[in-house]
Write a protein that binds this ligand. Structure first.
Ligand SMILES: Nc1ncnc2c1ncn2[C@@H]1O[C@H](COP(=O)(O)OP(=O)(O)O)[C@@H](O)[C@H]1O
Ligand SMILES: NC(=O)OP(=O)(O)O
Length: 312
């Protein structure tokens, strides 16, 4: 796996697990940076994207709980921009430190990335993107009565607030991203799925774009050779969480289409990752798609670890 242009998408849950402190998230990113630098040492060009589901949900709670008339809560699109900034800041410095440890002199830049969405996207009427902390069913149901927020069960892990998640149409800053990569600058972009804006008006809309779908758009626009989604599981599975669970090694688009029809992947968690991979391998002829865990990055060379997605 040498000298490739690789888009790597990091899950927000891999950065924030139980401890939401800045120190704990920075420590998680320091570990992440070590794994990413392995790919850089092999001579690959990296474009790194990341989620913000846990972080943007936490920030929204802080905003709402601390709000006063003279110091109002910021809207969700601005919260996305704020988490893009804070996570980019932590990740950029974690990478710089690890590169320095390895004696690699390469700059890193974080691009404030906006993503164009349609005002008419039906997602605005059907909130489906889980953000923030996990609650019990009874806590969530009480909050649904007391506030106008919607909560849903998230892949067997508890209940979370859900917000609209419109489809990313294109990436406003794609030329900036391409210019950085052409100049051999390690690029962090599309953080938190990008800030959702409407075309032409540059007006933000209150939503959280799925970072896997936004990352796929970036992968297409930079003509990536490889698109890797790193999450908390080593493989995509069928019968996930059941006694007959089967981890998928190599799968084709046709296989995945069948599994989607069979409702094997949870919406808001594994389904968008699988959909993003299908889009990528269809759009980038010969492009390789991989879903695996961060810790598995070092094992990708032998082709044995993770779920590898191919066109046919
Ligand atoms: N079919 C499946 N195979 C593997 N994991 C699945 C499946 N369906 C749901 N999941 C869940 O999806 C999670 C990954 O989604 P999520 O945590 O939202 O991603 P992110 O890493 O981007 O934050 C896994 O940890 C697992 O709990
Ligand atoms: N924006 C987004 O998709 O974040 P997560 O990957 O953390 O859910």
């Amino acid at each position: 796996m040498k000298n490739k242009r690789i888009v790597v998408a990091l899950g927000g849950n891999a950065i924030l697990s139980k401890d939401a402190s800045a120190e704990a998230q920075q420590a998680a990113l320091a570990k992440t940076a070590k794994h990413l630098v392995t790919l850089i040492k092999q001579g690959n060009q990296l474009i790194i994207t990341h989620g913000n589901g846990p972080q943007v949900g936490n920030l929204l709670i802080q905003q709402q709980e601390g709000a006063t008339e003279s110091n109002p809560a910021m809207p969700l699109d601005t919260c996305v921009a704020m988490t893009q900034g804070s996570l980019g800041y932590w990740l950029q410095n974690a990478l710089l430190k690890e590169l320095e440890n390895e004696g690699i002199d390469q700059p890193v830049a974080t691009v404030l990335t906006q993503v164009i969405v349609s005002e008419d996207d039906p997602a605005f009427d059907h909130p489906a993107k889980p953000i923030g902390p996990f609650f019990s069913e009874s806590e969530a149901k009480l909050m649904m009565v007391e506030t106008d927020s919607v909560y849903r069960e998230d892949a067997g892990r508890g209940w979370r607030k859900v917000v609209p998640s419109p489809k990313p149409l294109t990436i406003q800053e794609h030329q900036v991203i391409n210019t950085l990569i052409e100049n051999n600058i390690i690029t962090i972009a599309g953080g938190g799925g990008g800030v959702p804006i409407l075309a032409e008006s540059y007006r933000g809309v209150e939503a959280v774009i799925d970072k896997d779908l936004a990352s796929e758009k970036i992968a297409e626009l930079v003509a990536a050779d490889m698109f890797i989604i790193l999450t908390s599981v080593t493989h995509v599975a069928i019968n996930y969480g059941q006694s007959n669970q089967i981890d998928l090694g190599r799968v084709t688009v046709a296989n995945l289409d069948e599994y989607i029809k069979d409702k094997q992947f949870s919406p808001g968690s594994m389904l968008p990752k699988v959909e993003a991979m299908i889009e990528f391998v269809k759009a980038c002829d010969g492009g390789q798609g991989i879903i695996t865990s961060l810790e598995n990055i070092g094992n990708l060379d032998n082709g044995l670890s993770g779920t590898f997605i191919t066109l046919d």
